[in-house]
Design a protein around this ligand. Structure first.
Ligand SMILES: O=CC(=O)O
Length: 316
């Protein structure tokens, strides 16, 4: 349709890209074909926009929502949405989506990579060779085999299920804890993480961070896991009581840890830097070009579904 002055009308729906300055949406340019984007809560468009993309860990607060009276959809670009005030969204009738399965295989691969690295000391061995110590010191301390380990998965959602599939293929046994026992899942279920830890060599933490799961890995759980036990965290830093974990690692009361997430990112407790049984990673588990492609397609599909009154693809 042409307007009075003969300009072509723009029918692309308006979408707010809500992001902290340090977080950009991967492949954002591809959205422009489908949507009119703007990125400030202070823009005149804010009062009429109906959908928002929340980039990475950018907070969505009640205060933000006050600027957006027409908002009906928050499209999260992450798996965890602990930075979104979900109760407030629910109260205002705003639907929320997350990254669905877009990241799951990548995060599961990374959890296995961290575990193999902790057990077989790959990063530490690399440092040993690079620092020229091999000719002087000869043998390097042995690591442990992955096959045969008893793996406890904390949170058997789509990421946890992919982790389980991979580790079964490595010859491990798998048990899990989650809010509820999953009727279709055959792995043994433990209703609390302490009992899971007693019966595991390794805990892999991949559940959502909520009020209930904050510090779900605490002193008691670490004690139950024991001196040879390993913690892998690809969920959120605050799922683990980091101060306790550092104490356990420094005092040798736990076998090792592979950590992609921390309580106060990007700050990592300095005590961990000297420990060769700890593998540290800067919150990277989700990030590959392939996962960003999948995320981009999912974001577009969720927005298109919303604007044509169809069911959302990854409701949270
Ligand atoms: O940590 C990343 C995510 O939740 O997607």
């Amino acid at each position: 349709m042409a307007t009075e002055d003969n300009e072509v009308e723009d029918h692309r729906p308006l979408v707010l890209i809500h992001h902290l300055p340090s977080f950009k949406l991967p492949l954002q340019d591809r959205l422009i074909t489908h949507f009119r984007l703007f990125d400030s809560l202070a823009s005149p468009e804010a009062s009429s926009v109906r959908a928002l993309i929340c980039v990475g860990p950018t907070p969505v607060t009640a205060d933000n929502l006050d600027h957006l009276p027409s908002l009906r959809l928050v499209v999260g670009s992450s798996a965890g949405l602990d930075h979104v005030d979900l109760a407030e969204c629910r109260r205002r009738g705003i639907s929320v989506t997350n990254s669905g399965d877009a990241y799951s295989e990548n995060v599961a691969d990374y959890a296995v990579a961290l575990l193999l690295d902790v057990l077989r000391r790959v990063s530490a061995a690399d440092r040993f060779v690079r620092s020229g110590l091999w000719p002087q010191m000869g043998e390097y301390p042995l690591g442990c085999k992955l096959g045969g380990k008893r793996i406890g998965i904390v949170g058997l959602g789509s990421i946890g299920s992919e982790v389980a599939k991979r580790l079964v293929a490595f010859g491990c046994t798998v048990a899990y804890n989650s809010r509820n026992k999953k009727p279709s899942v055959l792995y043994p279920y433990y209703a609390n993480v302490h009992d899971l830890a007693v019966n595991s060599d390794v805990l892999i933490v991949c559940c959502a961070l909520t009020n209930e799961t904050h510090h779900i890995i605490n002193k008691d759980v670490l004690t139950a896991l024991g001196r040879e036990g390993v913690i892998i965290n690809v969920g959120r830093g605050a799922l683990v009581d980091e101060k306790e974990l550092v104490q356990f690692l420094v005092q040798g009361e736990i076998g090792g840890a592979g950590l992609d997430v921390f309580e106060n990112e990007p700050n990592v407790p300095k005590e961990l830097f000297a420990l060769d049984n700890v593998v540290l990673s800067p919150h990277l588990a989700v990030s590959t070009p392939e996962s960003f492609e999948a995320l981009n397609e999912l974001i577009i599909a969720n927005l298109k579904a919303f604007f044509s009154n169809k069911p959302l693809l990854s409701p949270f």
